[in-house]
Each structure stands twice: as C-alpha cells, then as structure tokens.
Design a protein around this ligand. Structure first.
Ligand SMILES: Nc1ncnc2c1ncn2[C@@H]1O[C@H](COP(=O)(O)OP(=O)(O)OP(=O)(O)O)[C@@H](O)[C@H]1O
Ligand SMILES: CC(C)(CO)[C@@H](O)C(=O)[O-]
Ligand code: BAL
Length: 621
C-alpha cells in the first residue's frame, strides 16, 4: 500500500479539538477584531496602541514590521519586481491565503507580501471535502473582497479546477479574476501547462504555477502524498519548474515536496519559489489562514503548519507569522537553546563551518573587536536574515592600533558579548588569541595592503591602521570561509576598503553593509562611547544630517563644512577631518557626483570617534 502523506494531515483527538475550539472561541470573543487592546502589564501592546493618533487607529507601518531594511517604502505596493528583489537579497517572502476584506487588511498591514485568494476557500469557507467544487465566480467574488481590504500586498487568485483545461478557458477566466482585482493568477500543473503559462503571460497575466502536491489532482495522486520522493519524479519536478519559468511563469509554489528538492528548485529557478510543507529552503512560505490561526477543519490541520495564535490578538499572530518566515524560524525547527558555541582555534571554527555546510547552510561572518552593542547585534540579525549559520568574531587586533592608541584600554567584555550573541541567534563566537591569529608574531606576518582608498582620511591619521585591518580581515575570511560578511557603514572607509580587497583578490565572499545604528540622540553606537561623558550632548549626527540636507538641495559644501567644523570645535570637539566624498571610491566629491558620503572623525578628550552619512545629491548642483 502506498505511504500516505503523514506530514500532511494529522487528526486531532476529537475531545482535544473541541476543548481547543471552545477555548479559542472564548478567546476570540474577548478580542475586538483588528483593534489591539492594551493592559498596563502588556508593554508590547501598549506600544502598539500608542499608534492611536487623532482618535484614529494608525496601523503598524509596513516597514516597522518588515525585517528588511529596504524592501519597499511604507506606502509603495508590493510588485513583481519588489518580490523578485526580495529573492535576490535572499529575504524571505511571506504569503498567506485570505478570502475577505478584513483579513486582507490585517494581513497586508502585518507585512504579508502576497495574499492568495486560494481555492482552499472551497474547504475552509464552503465546507467541501476538496477544492474541486470551487468555481471561477467564487474566486472572483472573494478576490474583489480581498482587493477592497488590501493595503498594498500583491493579490494572487487561484484558477480553480478545470477552469484552464483549454487555453481559451484560461484566458477568459484569468480576465475575470484580473478584473476582480488579482495581480496574478495561480494554476496547478507541470510541463503540460507551459503553453497556457506562455499565452497568459503574453496577454499580460502574470502566472504562478503550483507544483508538487497539487490539491486539484488529489484524485489522480490517490490522496495527499509528498511528491518527488523518487529520483525520477524529483527530476520531473525540477524540469517542469524550469520549463514553466522559461514559458514566463512569474512565481512557483511548491507544496509537500522533499526539503532538499525544494531547496534545489529554489536555487536553480530565477523566479521566487514559495513553499508549503516543503521545508525552509524556499524563497518564502505560504499557509492557509485558518490553519495558521489554529482553526482545524473537521479536526484536520497539516502537521507542517504552526499555530501562530499564541498571543492575544489575530494581528499579533499575523505579525508573528511574517516575522517567523522572515527570520527563518518557520518552518525551521525552533532551536531548543540559543546554541552559541565559543571557539578559540582556527581548527575548531573550520570544523564547525564545515559541518554547517554539510547541512547545506549558508555561512555568514560578522567581524568585530567585541565590546558589543546594538550596532553589532543589528549586524548579527542582518546576517541571520540572509544566512543560516552566523559566526561572529571578537578579536582586538593589535596590528591595526598605533603605538600611541588605545589598544590597552579597548573594551574587552567577552562574557557579556557571549550573552548578547546567544540572544541574537548567533551560532559561533570565534574569539582567537593573539597567538592563534599571529603564531609567528605580528612583525613576521604577511601583510595585505589595499592602495589608494585606504590612504586618506583615517588612513592618513592612523598610519598602518588599514594594513592591519585588511591583513586581519583577509585572515578571518580565510579562517572562516563564509559566503558573506557584514561590515558597518559607521566605519565607512573600512567598508569601502574591504570591498576593494575582496574585489582585487577575487575573494569568494559577498560583502553586506549594515546601516549605522544610533543612540536616541543620534550618536552612532560605538564600543568607545563608554569612555564619553554622556551628560554632554555631541552634535555629530545633527551636523552631518543638516549638511547632507543642504548639500543635497544644491548648496555649495565648502563654506558650510568649514562653519560646521568651527561650531563643533567651539563646543570642545577636536575635528580630525570632515570630508565630502564619493561613496564608491571615496575620492573628493565633484559637482557632478550624486552618490555622496560625509565622513567625520573627531576627538572628545582622549576618545576618537568616527561617523558617516551617505546620501544622494539631487541633480541641481
Ligand atoms: N553603530 C553601529 N552601527 C552599525 N555597525 C556598527 C556600529 N558600530 C560598529 N559597527 C560595525 O561593527 C563592526 C565591528 O566594529 P567594532 O567592533 O570596531 O565596533 P565599534 O563600536 O565601531 O568600535 P570602535 O569603538 O572600535 O569604533 C564594524 O564593521 C563596524 O562598522
Ligand atoms: C573589521 C575589524 C573587526 C578588523 O579588526 C575591525 O576593524 C572593526 O571592528 O571594525
Ligand atoms: N571599528 C574600527 C576599529 C578601530 O578603530 O581600530
């Protein structure tokens, strides 16, 4: 007898189910839909309700929830190109079925990028045993409802069973759905739908192809079973994905296929691949709304589904879903403990990375000198989003300090660093000793020198500093061999120097820039801030922001910048430099340059601080 898909359905014991159902009903009855309430002891919700302004509920803005720093502006609708950009940046895409205006609004406000008006409505709304009875009119009606509630997500509508049996039918029915408010239609199939996909695409209808376990074919499969377990079917699925993509498909949904196959298809396909019951390796996830809210239909909920309604509101559940998809914690199994390992030798870190790679994980390195703060933790979280195994190095590198600099007093807070990294989901803290890093001594070590860009600015003020940085960064990259490494924009010159190092030496690593994280008063976070008297405010950030604003509007920089230096010095800050440069090369900015960066280095007492402000100059210089 065939093995039925044990992963797909799990029957809850009916007593548990009805008790659960009652509890849920009671809980829901207390919660006004779409408006979150706060109690004095629920700080999270209290913060949310501060969004009531002028007596109106101001929903959480899309970019407050998105983990992405730049996926799309709060008001810009999700489009095919923004979805593709997410894939390119390896940021996960959250897709969810919705069938009505209220949930469409809640889900799109929660940051769900793609709303699917699925033919699952036949089961969860209409109570049928399968999706087969659903008609085009049913989907059109619910698409129109979703469109009215949607606040900027992309709407995908299912072409139901037998509505695309011929190309002509597909065209007529797709028109009906697009005119009801869909931005894309989804149909189930494999190579046999390629011509349909081509014709729909040529006629301006973006198409998502649903592959693997396709519910409309449940009678052909003989039940809900994982597809692609045997090599021939796996190959067939892979070939079909590439063929429908070549025919113009804009997106692929993979349902219940083995995790490694889903990951492989995601890797070879250029278009976004969204999985359900297909593991964590796809570009995004899709779930049925009722399933993820823990509402079983006749006791059935697929076992790969997680119940996200664990808090006090549906909105929180929707946000939790989006966050879990984005930070890879759904559908990956939750880690039992933070799992941070502290390693001190090159051999151990290599072994850990090799094991992670064997599991197919993408490895990220976050190089630091410790004394960790929220700026570093933001880098770890950025790394987590685009990789599956994060190594943070903590090494106070003597080679980059001058004789008269602060090597001795540089903060060393390893225990606190370990705690922060464990909380941030870092996998390995690599903390080598000076002997491990320079076994033959620092004098004898081979140096890596990046000419040009490392010579001015901090390079001029701190002779030999960047040679020390590029030597140790090259060593760290070789020791850990990550797929990507994160560097902060605060140390803007260092970022540009490292990018050149990687380019010039063809190092196989992607460099990701972390925007600067600041204190509430704008001061860039830095390990050295602990040496400052924070009762005095430092106006570095205000100065940079004001200068950038005026220069971007066309003001001449020279006089403004000299005045800014005078003002800062009058406040007791010694300015080492304040410069306007091109972002890419750090050459002095010319009037025709647009992508600019202001760079500043100052001394406050014995502490040296740097900051930067990248910005675009409009075309009216
Ligand atoms: N506030 C911040 N925002 C974003 N990235 C940061 C911030 N501070 C440091 N980084 C980045 O962290 C990495 C490690 O820097 P480092 O450990 O020297 O921290 P730091 O706080 O800059 O300390 P320092 O006092 O040495 O400047 C660098 O890539 C740096 O650009
Ligand atoms: C990149 C780095 C870790 C190299 O020591 C250091 O320069 C730093 O902390 O920015
Ligand atoms: N973040 C730069 C390290 C240094 O000052 O040496």
């Amino acid at each position: 007898m065939e093995v039925f898909l044990e992963a797909l359905t799990r029957i809850r014991a009916s007593s548990t189910f009805s008790a659960y159902g009652r509890n849920l009903t009671n809980r829901l009855a207390r919660i006004p839909p779409l408006i979150e309430t706060s109690t004095p002891n629920s700080p999270k919700l209290a913060r949310t309700t501060s969004n009531f302004t002028n007596g109106k509920f101001q929903p959480i803005r899309r970019n407050q929830i998105r983990l992405s720093s730049s996926s799309s502006s709060p008001s810009s609708p999700v489009t095919l190109s923004s979805i593709r950009a997410l894939k390119e940046r390896r940021e996960k895409i959250a897709m969810l079925t919705t069938y009505d205006a209220t949930f469409a609004e809640a889900a799109s406000r929660a940051g769900v990028e793609v709303l699917l008006v699925g033919d699952t409505l036949g089961m969860v709304l209409q109570g049928h045993d399968s999706t087969l009875p659903v008609t085009v009119e049913d989907i059109a009606y619910h698409t129109a409802c979703v469109r009215r509630g949607n606040t900027g997500a992309m709407i995908v509508a299912d072409l139901p069973f037998m509505s695309y049996a011929t190309i002509e039918q597909a065209l007529v029915h797709a028109r009906r759905l697009m005119q009801s408010g869909a931005h894309m239609v989804k149909l189930e199939g494999g190579t046999w739908v390629t011509e349909t996909v081509r014709r729909l695409t040529e006629n301006g209808v973006p198409v998502c192809v649903h592959m693997g376990m396709t519910p409309q074919s449940v009678n052909v499969f003989g039940g809900f079973k994982v597809q692609g377990r045997d090599p021939a079917r796996a190959q067939e699925l892979k070939d079909s994905a590439l063929k429908v993509e070549a025919a113009g498909a804009a997106m692929i949904v993979l349902e219940c296929v083995p995790w490694d196959l889903a990951e492989e298809i995601t890797r070879v396909a250029d278009v976004p691949v969204i999985g359900t019951g297909a593991g964590p390796g796809t570009d995004g996830q899709v779930l049925v709304l009722h399933d993820m809210l823990g509402l079983p239909l006749r006791g059935l909920i697929p076992s790969f589904v997680r119940n996200f309604l664990t808090g006090t509101s549906i909105q929180a559940a929707l946000r939790a879903y989006v966050e879990a998809v984005k930070d890879n914690s759904y559908p990956a199994p939750k880690r039992k403990d933070p799992g941070l390992r502290t390693l001190g030798t090159v051999r151990d870190v290599r072994a850990a990375v090799t094991a992670a790679r064997r599991d197919g994980r993408r490895v990220a390195l976050v190089p630091t000198m410790g004394g960790l703060h929220a700026g570093h933790i933001a880098m770890v979280k950025t790394a987590r989003k685009v990789s599956d195994f994060v190594v943070t190095s903590v090494f106070v590198n003597p080679l980059q300090f001058g004789d008269d600099e602060d090597l001795q007093r540089y903060p060393r807070t390893l225990e606190e660093d370990e705690r922060l990294l464990a909380d941030a989901g870092c996998d390995v803290l690599f903390a080598p000793s000076v002997e491990e890093m320079y076994p033959e001594g620092m004098e004898a070590v081979t140096r890596v020198v990046v000419p040009g860009v490392s010579e001015g600015l901090c390079g001029a003020q701190r002779p030999g500093h960047f040679d020390g940085v590029t030597t140790v960064v090259t060593k760290l990259l070789n020791m850990v061999q990550p797929d990507l490494a994160v560097f902060g924009e605060k140390d803007y010159q260092q970022l540009v120097v490292v990018r050149k190092l990687v380019r010039d030496l063809n190092l196989p690593v992607e460099i990701i820039a972390q925007p600067t994280i600041r204190e509430p008063d704008g001061l860039a976070m830095s390990s050295r801030n602990r040496f400052l008297d924070r009762s005095r405010s430092l106006r570095l950030f205000d100065t940079l922001r004001r200068l950038a604003s005026e220069i971007s509007k066309g003001a001449q920089p020279e006089a403004l910048m000299s005045k800014a230096v005078e003002d800062l010095e009058a406040e007791g800050v010694r300015v080492d430099y304040l410069e306007l440069r091109r972002q890419d090369t750090l050459l002095p900015a010319q009037p025709e340059d647009r992508a600019l960066v202001l760079l500043i280095a100052v001394r406050v007492g014995t502490t040296r601080l740097i900051d930067s402000y990248p910005f675009e100059r409009s075309g009216c210089a």
